[in-house]
Write a protein of this length. Structure first.
Lengths: 230, 413
């Protein structure tokens, strides 16, 4: 027996209960097409795609109690570290055709897979560029409501701040996943997270929530914040 | 008067300080062409549209042009009209901020789009072309081909060992005695592939395949006393087929090595002259490309490939690794233990220079191996004898960690 209900009060996200197994899902923007190896489920006149929290940190954050998800239908989002497009595809589902997802990825190998997805999903724009130099994709990008940063680099907070300065709307939101091992493999994660949060606060961000992502990913923290009004 | 210049997917747009559009030079509204124009600007090429908008602005009395990105600034400076204008770089200026905020409405009004969905489709096509072109450029880098080739060589070696071991076990059911007498996998496979039944072995054939006389005699003598089973043609033929496959694999391996040798000569002759083709290619592979290798400090090159040991050292405070994959270099593994660290350091230092030479000015082969040889002979002379064994006082592991953490934190400060 499959039970489908809305996931908390988040628009566009559903919860599927299949005899005890619970997973998240989003409405497929491109019905019939899979992006990774998710399961497609018919629901009313739509099709749902299951969302794997072990592969997508955003799903993990949602399951671990993320209180607010600024991603809505029509949102414009800058995604730093798009990789092969797993999380991107679900964000693309939620924002719908009116929304726009700028996908910045640095590795040619990963973005090759992403490009295939973008051929079907017109609300995703693949951009092969180094997020450290946000100027370089300036002709292609406008202001965004949200910046989602998942780059796993030691200077990732600085990368987020530099991109926010150029592209984030006033009082815009940020979501950043911090991987302790990428920043310093010897320090204890709690110390690293504290340092990164301080850096973000010093640069004008208000931290609304921080979550660990266990059991889905270890030594990662997910931060939801917003740009303080100047 | 000042004009603020911005590059958008529609073309060049110029605004005055009050955010009013004072000049526009449109690109042809073709997403593929627009993508190529943006790539041209990234690659430092000139653009006629840039000339045109500058002449227009100049004739309308705009003498100062303010650019919002470095790429735009570099492009504008190169134009002919630039000599009559003052060109300034001001990143993220107020006008740019407004342009970005009004991005969609600018695109819809000047691009003739009816909705943001249409704008999405337009931008999507531009980005697909832009990114595809960049992917092609990155794939055509010859160092990436070398990386794949050396990884293929590693995979092939693993397979060869696996397959050759299997062949030995299999054939030993028929003629176990030959297993210990022919240690070289390639020769063993060749013998089996050509001869099959042990009774078909002749002294002449063995010598032809490279076995020394005495050993060949031993092999021939073992045939009659062999404890192995007699097989039917069907059984032997399948073993021969398998052996033949391995012989071909060995040939492929040789050709792969030759390819890597040639490619290294073209792509990084200096690294090749210091470390040889195979080790050089492995270094490029570990670094993730020649560009990355060229940017690494010598100390990192020294321990490329010893990541496990490195992180153990960082966490535990025990001894750091002296060499990574460069251990494969005869200068290091043939040297006595107490000299290896110093030689590794010297070699890594020269490798760093070689990598930079190869990346920034390819095809020029400079004789850095001479400088290295000089340093190596210095080391060998000065440290000819092993150091005296000093009495080590037993420091507990905990104390060792404490001590090195102190050292590390002092270094950080």
């Amino acid at each position: 027996m499959i039970e489908i209900s809305e996931f908390k009060n988040f628009t566009g996200i559903y919860q599927v209960n299949d005899t005890g197994k619970r997973f998240l899902a989003t409405i497929n923007l491109t019905p019939g097409k899979k992006v990774y190896d998710e399961i497609l489920i018919k629901f009313r006149n739509e099709e749902l795609r299951t969302w794997d929290p072990f592969r997508s940190k955003l799903a993990a954050a949602l399951l671990n109690g993320l209180e607010e998800l600024p991603v809505r239908e029509g949102s414009h989002i800058l995604y730093l570290g798009a990789a092969s497009g797993t999380t991107c595809s679900h964000i693309s589902d939620i924002i719908g055709n009116q929304g726009r997802l700028y996908c910045i990825e640095f590795s040619p190998r990963s973005i090759r897979d992403l490009t295939t997805i973008c051929e079907d999903r017109k609300n995703m724009l693949p951009i092969l560029a180094d997020a450290r130099f946000p100027d370089r994709y300036s002709p292609l990008c406008g202001l965004v409501d949200i910046i989602y940063c998942d780059v796993a680099q030691p200077d990732q907070s600085k990368i987020l701040v530099d991109n926010a300065r150029l592209y984030l709307k006033p009082a815009g939101n940020i979501m950043i996943t911090i991987k302790a091992r990428s920043i310093d493999v010897t320090k204890p994660p709690a110390e690293i997270f504290k340092g990164e949060i301080e850096f973000l606060e010093k640069n004008g961000f208000l931290i609304k929530q921080k979550l660990r992502l266990e059991p889905y990913t270890s030594d990662h923290i997910f931060i939801l914040g917003s740009l303080k009004k100047q | 008067m000042k004009a603020y210049l911005s590059l958008t997917p529609l073309g060049f747009m110029a605004f005055n300080e009050s955010n009013i559009l004072v000049g526009i030079k449109r690109f042809e509204l073709n997403p593929q062409l627009i993508a190529h124009k943006i790539l041209d600007i990234e690659n430092g090429k000139k653009l006629s549209e840039a000339e045109e908008i500058l002449s227009e602005l100049l004739s309308n009395n705009y003498s100062t042009i303010i650019c919002d990105t470095e790429q735009l600034y570099e492009l504008i400076k190169k134009t002919v009209a630039a000599k009559d204008l003052k060109i300034v770089l001001e990143k993220n200026n107020n006008v740019t901020v407004k342009v970005k905020a009004d991005y969609d409405s600018l695109l819809t009004s000047y691009g003739g789009f009816k909705s943001s969905v249409e704008v999405n489709k337009f931008l999507n096509k531009i980005c697909l072309t832009y990114t595809s072109e960049k992917i092609k450029v990155s794939a055509s880098r010859r160092d990436m081909l070398i990386v794949q080739a050396i990884e293929a060589l590693n995979d092939l070696d693993k397979n060869l060992n696996l397959n050759a071991s299997r062949l030995r076990e299999w054939f030993s059911l028929h003629f176990p005695e030959i297993n210990d007498l022919v240690s070289n996998h390639q020769t063993y496979s060749k013998i089996i592939s050509e001869i099959g039944f042990k009774e078909n072995l002749t002294l002449q054939k063995l010598v032809e395949l490279g076995i020394p006389d005495k050993r060949a005699e031993l092999i021939i003598n073992s045939v009659s006393k062999s404890l192995g089973a007699n097989l039917i043609p069907n059984d032997i033929n399948i073993i021969k087929l398998y052996a033949n496959m391995i012989v071909n694999e060995f040939e492929t391996r040789t050709r792969l090595e030759d390819y890597i040798d040639q490619a290294m000569e073209e792509v990084s002759p200096n690294i090749k002259s210091l470390a040889g083709s195979t080790l050089g290619a492995r270094l490029i592979s570990l670094a993730g490309g020649l560009a990355n290798l060229a940017k690494m400090p010598a100390s990192k090159i020294q321990i490329l490939g010893a990541e496990k040991a490195l992180f153990t050292y960082l966490k535990s405070g025990d001894r750091p690794p002296k060499h990574g994959i460069i251990f494969q270099h005869p200068l290091i593994h043939n040297a006595p233990k107490w000299q290896r660290g110093k030689i590794a350091r010297a070699l890594a230092g020269k490798l760093a220079i070689a990598a930079r030479l190869d990346y920034y000015s390819p095809n020029i082969n400079m004789n850095i191996s001479d400088a290295l040889d000089k340093r190596i002979s210095e080391i060998k002379k000065k440290y000819r004898n092993p150091p005296e064994k000093t009495k080590k006082t037993k420091t507990s592991r905990k104390e060792k960690i404490k001590l090195s953490k102190k050292v590390l934190s002092k270094k950080r400060r």
